[in-house]
Design a protein around this ligand. Structure first.
Ligand code: CP
Length: 368
């Protein structure tokens, strides 16, 4: 294993991750990627430890890859699904967590449709003075740290398979397209990509990328990262802009309070795609929409759906990512999704196991 920079007890958000922590996860995941390429893919690292997957919301890839990751590390795994649990009889979330604590759980992997549930469980474990770590596997519209870390690992290993590291993304243009308002993946990706020094371009219709979101990011940025910059340019993506107030979706005036723009907002797709190195498209999260935010899925696909034709605006060797699950023909064309020349979607799923092994290892290795 690489020399580690790691003092974290829980992984709940990437907002305060340091460059050293990102690189520790990337290098540790690279080591486990190598383990996973062997004939015997199992190591005894977490033997005797218990990993509980507490999924209060549906999941295919996150739950399965955390389970596989735990098994590859020789941990014992417990899988919980809310629909078949005693929550149907009125048991609370914290009582459920304490039940798994009483069974000797060392790491709780938590997904919930409400933001803040993993933090609440972590706070309860800390209050009880137990050494249980909590890993956020996606909470409402808040964050999905392990997804953003596996996205980072997928991109970095494509650039340098032998030594994936944060600085490989410095200066790369990365477009994040789609339902940004409802996306926990987008929020975690914004933190990791900004930390890498990449130029991040967010593109969505105004209803899915409202000014309020920009203000939220600016507020977070003001506190946490002075390099974090909003440029709300619907038409000219990369020109350094004159300081002015944030523009409305219909205004052509870009906004950039600092001289080195790193984060841009677009209400059109084309300026975000122009010369992009990577395009991350997001699922339309209809289950989190409380109003009719789009005229029709067909119009959305025409304006913001990623297709092979639209990719011609990007760099020739552009790659496309999607966290899954995918609405084929809505946020991405079915043909592009299955095109191995451009699509990294299957690689993302594969990377997920190594990255989740790294996270479980980093949280669990101090416990035995
Ligand atoms: N990307 C992701 O979180 O997928 P699942 O909902 O299938 O876990």
């Amino acid at each position: 294993m690489p020399t580690t920079t790691w003092n974290r007890h829980h992984v709940l958000s990437l907002a305060d991750f340091t460059a050293a922590e990102y690189n520790t996860v990337l290098q540790t995941a690279a080591s486990f990627q190598e383990v996973l390429s062997r004939r015997t893919k199992k190591v005894p690292t977490l033997q005797g430890q218990v990993v509980a997957n507490l999924f209060f919301e549906s999941s295919t890839r996150t739950r399965s890859s955390f389970e596989l990751a735990a098994k590859r590390l020789s941990a014992d795994t417990l899988n919980f699904a809310a629909a078949t649990s005693s929550m149907t009889k009125g048991e609370t979330i914290l009582d459920t967590a304490k039940t798994y604590l009483a069974m000797g759980t060392d790491i709780m992997v938590v997904r919930h449709r409400e933001a803040g549930v993993p933090n609440a469980i972590a706070a309860e474990m800390d209050r009880l003075g137990v050494k249980v770590s909590v890993l956020n596997a996606g909470d409402g519209q808040h964050e999905h740290p392990s997804q953003a870390l596996l996205d980072l690992f997928t991109i970095c290993t494509l650039i340098d398979p032998a030594s994936p590291r944060l600085e490989l993304l410095k200066g790369k243009k990365i477009a994040i397209v789609g339902d940004i308002l409802h996306s926990r993946v987008a929020r975690s990706n914004i933190w990791s990509l900004i930390a890498s020094g990449a130029e991040v371009h967010l593109a969505a219709p105004p209803t899915l990328l409202p000014k309020l979101f920009a203000e939220y990011i600016l507020e977070e940025a003001g506190v946490k990262n002075q390099q974090f910059i909003i440029s709300s340019s619907p038409s000219s993506p990369s020109s350094p802009s004159s300081p002015s107030s944030p523009s409305s979706p219909s205004s052509p005036t870009p906004y950039s309070p600092l001289p080195t723009p790193q984060l841009f907002l677009h209400w059109q797709l084309e300026p975000a795609l122009q010369n992009a190195d990577f395009v991350m498209t997001l699922r339309l999260q209809k289950e989190r929409m409380t109003a009719h935010l789009l005229p029709s899925l067909r119009e959305y696909h025409q304006l913001f759906g990623i297709t092979s034709t639209k990719l011609q605006l990007c760099k020739p060797n552009v790659k496309v990512l999607h966290p899954g699950p995918v609405n084929r023909g809505v946020e991405i064309s079915s043909e592009l999704m299955d095109d191995p020349e451009f699509s990294l979607i299957q690689s993302q799923v594969t990377s997920g196991v190594a990255v989740r092994m790294a996270l479980l290892y980093l949280l669990g290795s101090g416990k035995a």
